[in-house]
Design a binder for this molecule. Structure first.
Ligand SMILES: Nc1nc2c(c(=O)[nH]1)N[C@H]1C(S)=C(S)[C@@H](COP(=O)(O)O)O[C@H]1N2
Ligand SMILES: [Mo]
Length: 553
């Protein structure tokens, strides 16, 4: 804003600032109310959830690939940026057309309400955060707008006992069309046009500071309340029973222990996380139940205590995400403890014709798993523990499914509360309706961890190492080639069974100075060898040779 320029001075920056602060107050109050009602009813979160569900699958896949584990932060950041722009616009509207601005804010609030009440796990109170946030935001906008403006050349207007210009303007009227006779104390300059308003810097500053303080305090209080609703205490209190069927003991050579190579067992804190939840569902084990129903003779309802009393099986199983591109990070191996899904289903009595389990999480995500695979004797579990502790909340506490051999989107429902025995021709799961394959057996894949692609290494003897997986078939061979030379057999680490990944190493590559391409391919126990044909993750999993480039000095 150049004060020396003649002509209208719109002070758009001040109007935008007022809008931003009102928007921040709206979000802060929304967070505070959500803290009381339910953290997942936060306006930003419900809008984000809706965005996740309605975003085209291709965009979502791209986001997962591009932003990886930060995809959720990026989404929330994006929503906040868009809201900030809208709020600034509403602030500019408020100066000239206060009623329209109020209407715009309330419309935004209703959008939040709509997003909140259409969540699969929403409660009736979930409309409150967006509604109250928008209402307080609208009030703040009016109050700040009144504080921030005064008529040009009339420094005393706002502080005089008489009515201030904007306060006095009829609802919805712009200063431009304020009627000439509206208030005897009104300075004449007012009537000649809105451009003659001036920013009352002191009023603006104090108003902005107050608004920022309120937004910050309510927002922080809301976050604090939300944290208080976590189930960390309940999780810590879970006493894990001993397994009736312990895991097969790990052979001595299961882990080659090379620096930079993925360890055989992925620690929980390093385990990849993929799900559609912007706020990790906090499911209280004291009220959690699992219903098994649909095409069954005897519907079952299970409490967490029931689950702990059942004979539990322990198994090492490698999970893989269908979104994992060749060479990607969305694969991890853990020791799971859980009840056998097949036993539970036999107790319920599966009716003939049923071929799919439609499992649903507490937050309404769904997953379709082939019945025959769950029943074929493999360690398909309703898991309660991961690597010796109760499931981490972000990995499905109190209970999740784990099925060796199937990508997570068709098998690994976290926070599972419902299993409907059904048919593929009658039900469709979350990702299937978004273009992914209905069935998702994990493809045989291999990955080079060491040396890291794109790095510079020293000439001389170098280990090339990585992991390969072909869950429930098992990895039989891994071969490596450098610069399209002959395929060389890698040495394989031991494995407890076919359901985990398998480390491999080529011990003695003599690295010579220059740039080198390293490729890997695995052969599984069915005799299938990975081909060079590349397939992207969608619709049923990536395949192809992982290839890296290193510079040797
Ligand atoms: N409730 C719920 N469960 C879910 C998902 C989800 O979005 N919601 N994503 C699935 C997918 S795509 C994968 S790959 C695995 C990942 O499990 P993890 O986060 O424990 O690694 O969880 C599965 N279970
Ligand atoms: Mo996944």
């Amino acid at each position: 804003m150049n004060g020396n320029q003649p002509g209208p001075r719109r002070y758009s920056w001040a109007a935008a600032l007022v809008g931003l602060v009102a928007g921040a107050v709206a979000l802060g109050v929304g967070e505070l109310v959500a803290g009381f009602v339910s953290p997942k009813a936060s306006p930003v979160i419900v809008v984000g959830d809706a965005a996740v569900d309605y975003t085209p699958a291709a965009v979502k896949d791209w986001a997962i690939r591009t932003f990886g584990a930060s995809d959720k932060l990026v989404l929330i950041g994006g929503i906040v940026v868009v809201l900030a722009l809208v709020a600034a616009g509403v602030g500019m509207l408020a100066r000239d057309r206060p009623r329209a601005a109020t209407a715009a804010l309330m419309a935004l609030g209703l959008l939040g309400v709509a997003a909140a009440v259409t969540r699969p796990d929403s409660g009736p109170l979930d409309l409150l955060p967006s509604l109250l946030g928008a209402a307080v935001g609208a009030w703040t906008l009016r109050a700040l707008t009144r504080r921030a403006w005064r008529a040009a050349g009339h420094d005393d207007v706002r502080t005089s006992p008489g009515p201030s210009p904007v306060r006095d303007a009829p609802e919805g009227a712009t200063a431009m069309d304020a009627p000439a006779g509206a208030g005897a104390e009104r300075p004449a300059v007012m009537r000649s046009g809105r451009e003659l308003y001036e920013v009352d810097r002191r009023g603006l500053l104090t108003g902005v500071v107050a608004g920022v303080v309120v937004a910050g305090a309510t927002g922080l209080a809301g976050r604090g309340l939300a944290e208080g609703m976590s189930v960390d205490t309940e999780r810590a209190a879970v006493a894990l029973p001993k397994p009736a069927v312990p895991a097969r003991p790990l052979p001595a050579g299961v882990d080659l222990r090379l620096t930079g190579l993925s360890p055989f067992s992925t620690p929980n804190r390093d385990f990849y996380r993929v799900d559609t939840a912007l706020v990790v569902p906090q499911v209280d084990p004291r009220t959690w139940t699992l219903k098994i129903h649909g095409l069954v003779d005897r519907p079952v309802e299970l409490t967490f205590a029931d689950l702990l009393r059942r004979p539990l099986t322990e198994a090492d199983v490698t999970l893989t995400c269908v979104s994992n591109d060749v060479g990607g990070p969305y694969v991890g191996n853990a020791r799971w403890l859980g009840a056998r899904l097949a036993d539970l289903l036999r107790e319920a009595g599966i009716r003939s014709g049923a071929d799919m389990l439609l499992s649903t999480s507490s937050d309404g995500w769904t997953c379709g798993t082939p019945v025959d695979i769950v029943m074929d004797g493999r360690d398909a579990l309703l898991a309660i523990a991961m690597n010796g502790e109760a499931l981490p909340v972000s990995h499905g506490f109190p209970a999740r499914q784990v099925v060796p051999g199937l990508y997570g989107y068709v098998s690994a429902t976290k926070w599972v509360t419902d299993i409907k025995v059904t048919r593929y021709d009658q039900d469709e799961a979350y990702w299937t309706s978004r273009g992914w394959a209905a069935k998702g057996p994990i493809k045989t894949e291999s990955r080079i961890d060491l040396p890291r692609g794109g790095t510079t290494i020293k000439a001389g003897r170098t280990a090339i190492a990585g992991v390969a997986w072909a869950q429930h078939r098992g990895v039989d061979a891994v071969e490596v080639r450098v610069d399209k030379g002959p395929w060389l057999r890698a040495r394989l680490a031991e494995v407890p069974g076919p359901d985990t990944w398998r480390q491999w190493v080529l011990d003695d590559w003599q690295a010579t100075p220059g740039r080198h391409t390293i490729e890997v391919r695995a052969t599984d126990a069915t005799g299938y060898t990975q081909t060079s044909a590349y397939a992207p993750p969608a619709p049923d999993g990536a395949s192809g040779w992982h290839s890296i480039l290193v510079v040797v000095e």
